[in-house]
Write a protein that binds this ligand. Structure first.
Ligand code: UDP
Length: 329
């Protein structure tokens, strides 16, 4: 299939482009390189430096390469930043997607696999979270993605030859098993990269945000899904799409690890000391977030390869120890 990977120079998009090319698809990457890295773009793909606001440029690329499906990863994804800069989030994540859809309409591209998020659930009342859980985001990031889900539903109702799947990610983690691609956010805020930076001595000490949660060890529990398993789910979803489909799936492994357990995994995998201090809760962090991903498993026969936190951290460590400066810019 001819696939456009929007945001294909970013952490998740670059892994998706690689796996798509491995599976024999023709891949076109578009990325504005605001947060992405040119070096992360798979060499087998055709690359265009383009912004989602560039309707004309997107339409031309979609038409020229006869793109059949867009995998849309291009987004800002920092909760704290979204609280400080909400307009950037609505502009890039929501309005940017509308422009992309308009370009797809102009070019006759009728399938989208959209990166949504468990942040659209806000603070869920019940865990594990199923797709029918009430969506009530608690920050602009979650709302900006929620808005896109709404747009996609309305658009497909109006144009039933269109089809989409929205994948609601839990905590995406790990790096390419062959060590060729990794995670390089600036600034880095995610737990596993921070733990590994700390193992490398790039940071003095990390803070565990909150030790008084109602969990067995008092620290927050999250559902860490390996980036390659996550990208395989995208490929399965793309292949399953039929005209008129409006699909929503949770994308996590269905079990959780606590923050303390992630630190312990980091120590076991690296064999190094990872100093820690205990701090206050981070505002807006629910105690326990993990998915019920049975819908995805049942509908698409998706099965995650990585379910143990040590294995996930191990793939990330392979990247970080060889690339302490990430993509090196
Ligand atoms: N966390 C932490 N210290 C840090 C970074 C993260 O204790 O320096 C915790 C955070 O409070 C959350 C978990 O680790 O409970 C995962 O956080 P991350 O930012 O990686 O992902 P999020 O769950 O916020 O999407």
């Amino acid at each position: 299939m001819n696939v456009m990977v929007a945001g294909g120079a970013g952490y998740i998009g670059s892994h998706a482009a690689k796996l798509l090319a491995d599976a024999g698809h023709e891949v076109v990457v578009v990325d504005n390189l605001f947060r992405g890295h040119r070096r992360a773009v798979d060499s087998r793909s055709t690359f265009y430096e383009l912004d989602l606001a560039d309707h004309k440029g997107l339409t031309e690329v979609l038409s020229k390469h006869e793109i059949e499906c867009v995998m849309h990863f291009a987004a800002l994804a920092e909760v704290g930043e979204s609280v400080r800069e909400p307009l950037s989030y609505y502009e890039n994540n929501t309005a940017g997607t509308v422009t992309l859809l308009q370009a797809m309409e102009a070019a006759g591209t009728r399938r989208m696999v959209f990166s949504s998020t468990c942040a659209t659930y806000g603070e869920p009342e019940i865990t594990p979270i199923t797709e029918s859980e009430k969506q009530s985001p608690i920050n602009p990031y979650g709302w900006s993605k929620w808005c896109v889900e709404r747009v996609l539903k309305d658009y497909t109702a109006a144009k039933p030859d269109f089809a989409f799947v929205a994948l609601r990610y839990f905590n995406v983690a790990g790096c390419a098993a062959d060590g060729t691609l990794g995670e390089d956010h600036r600034p880095e805020t995610h737990l596993i990269p921070l733990v590994l930076h700390s193992a490398l001595g790039l940071r003095d000490k990390l803070t565990i945000f909150g030790t008084d949660y109602p969990t067995p060890d008092g620290t927050c529990i999250r559902d860490y899904v390996h980036v390659e398993d996550l990208c395989q789910a995208h490929i399965l979803a793309m292949q399953a799409l039929e005209p008129g489909d409006t699909r929503f799936y949770n994308l996590g492994i269905g079990c959780g690890y606590s923050v303390s357990e992630v630190f312990d995994a980091g120590r076991r995998v690296t064999g190094r000391d990872i100093p820690v201090e205990y701090g206050d809760r981070r505002p807006g962090d629910p105690a326990i977030l993990f998915s019920d991903a049975s819908k995805l498993r049942n509908d698409l026969a998706w099965e995650p390869h990585y379910t143990e936190i040590d294995e996930i951290v191990e793939t990330a460590w392979r990247w970080f120890k060889d690339h302490p400066n990430g993509y090196g810019v």
